[in-house]
Design a protein around this ligand. Structure first.
Ligand SMILES: Cc1ncc(COP(=O)(O)O)c(C=O)c1O
Length: 413
């Protein structure tokens, strides 16, 4: 390893000391966790915040007139403000807490679909979407007779805006795209796409499950109608996601699920709904998870998102160049501005076998179709291995990973 370039004084040792999971020793080995695109590990400050919240501030929110209910409500609404600032939304009422990106995407597809999508209407998706941003739209195809139009990116995950604009017609109701491919790591130029879509009066939804982790998100500058992300990939807890929507959409859309908290009145014959965001948060919300997510966002800010991005970029470049030197490795997606996600295969070895072998060296990667079957078929692969880096990963870990792959390769040749 020979990288000494560290312009932002990234203190990797200090950062690593803040992640308790690094003490886990799989099979007696140091753990090398390269499965961050599936879920990131949690810093101690997030774990401590959860314990503190459950210990000293916990109750159900909004409903109580007692000390703990007020403390919990304050922490929950404070988390909403933190997310609002993180996305640079105009108003915290544009932030809906969900159980994950999947629920947020289903919420938009269902509410938007019920309100606006009829038989023959069209929805544009890219073929590199995660299944969470495909299947909810298939429901509209199955149940409403909607038509899905597909934009195919190139093999590096780039979307041609002119080609995309040609898919738009009077029947187009919405464009739903990822901010960053969870397989290829390629970012999508959503600002330009949103601008183009809006000239045709078509709203745009962005799945930021990967993008919110690695790219700056300013929903006002990007001018997107809906933006979704998930907490556990952002070093926060599981069970929490976010739907940002421009206020006029939230005021118009019908609720997604029904229950407590989302109503104004309920009688035998009628129900009236609360204003957003409560209208879209039926039942007891993921209170502690939202508080934990806010702690994670503050933690990332304390290190500096740009410093993290630079560190991960260097790791990605280093790993890409090392892997390209290996003659049996095929990498999928080589966009120059790709995020820290590298999908690859070792010759004809099955990705599951490769992942299982290197697991025994303490190295965690993901293998499979990555919930992106249309993309896999475009790539002509039934599965790939995916190494994805996080803020605590090191160049030495990449050296060990490459060595582990070379050993795995030797078993196949
Ligand atoms: C691009 C993308 N979208 C959506 C999701 C779904 O996120 P969650 O399972 O947290 O709802 C993922 C998770 O892998 C993802 O990578």
């Amino acid at each position: 390893m020979n990288i000494s370039h560290n312009p932002l004084n990234y203190d990797i040792d200090k950062i690593r000391s803040q992640f308790p999971f690094l003490d886990v020793r799989p099979y007696g080995k140091n753990i090398i966790y390269f499965d961050n695109a599936a879920s990131a590990q949690k810093p101690k400050i997030v774990l401590d915040r959860l314990t503190q919240f459950y210990t000293n501030e916990y109750a159900n929110v909004h409903r109580g007139l007692h000390y703990l209910a007020n403390a919990a409500t304050e922490a929950y609404e404070d988390a909403r403000l933190t997310v609002c600032k993180f996305l640079n939304a105009v108003d915290s009422e544009e932030i809906i807490f969900t159980r994950g990106a999947t629920e947020a995407l289903n919420m938009v597809a269902s509410s938007f679909g019920n309100a606006y999508i009829r038989a023959g209407d069209e929805i544009i998706l890219s073929t590199m979407e995660h299944h969470s941003n495909i299947v909810p739209w298939h429901y509209l195809r199955e149940n409403h007779g909607a038509i899905i139009q597909w934009i195919e990116p190139d093999l590096d995950g780039r979307i041609d805006i002119v080609k995309l604009s040609k898919l738009i017609n009077k029947k187009t109701k919405i464009i739903a795209l990822t901010h960053m491919s969870n397989v290829l790591g390629s970012p999508v130029q959503i600002k330009e796409i949103a601008k183009m879509a809006h000239t045709h009066n078509v709203p745009i939804l962005i799945d930021g499950s990967q993008g919110a982790v690695h790219l700056d998100v300013d929903v006002q500058a990007l001018d997107v109608d809906f933006y979704v992300f998930t907490g556990h990939k952002l070093y926060g807890p599981t069970g929490i996601g976010v739907l940002y929507a421009k206020k006029p959409w939230l005021e118009e859309l019908p609720p997604y699920s029904g229950g407590g908290e989302m109503i104004n009145t309920v009688t035998r014959d009628q129900v009236t709904y609360a204003m957003p965001p409560q209208r879209f948060e039926a039942g007891t919300p993921p209170v502690a998870q939202a508080v934990g997510l806010a702690a994670a966002i503050k933690y990332l800010d304390s290190i500096g998102r740009e410093a993290i991005r630079q560190h991960e970029k260097q790791l990605t470049q280093y790993a890409s160049s090392k892997l390209s030197e290996m003659k049996h490795v095929k990498i999928y997606g080589n966009a120059p501005d790709k995020g820290p996600i590298i999908s690859f295969n070792l010759n004809d070895a099955h990705a599951h076998d490769v992942a299982t072998i290197i697991d025994h060296y303490g190295i965690a990667v993901r293998a499979g179709a990555h919930c992106a079957m249309p993309l896999m078929s475009m790539l002509g692969a039934s599965s790939t291995c995916r190494a994805s880096f996080g803020l605590y990963n090191t160049f030495e870990e990449i050296d060990d990973f490459v060595e582990g792959l070379a050993k795995a390769q030797s078993l196949f040749s």
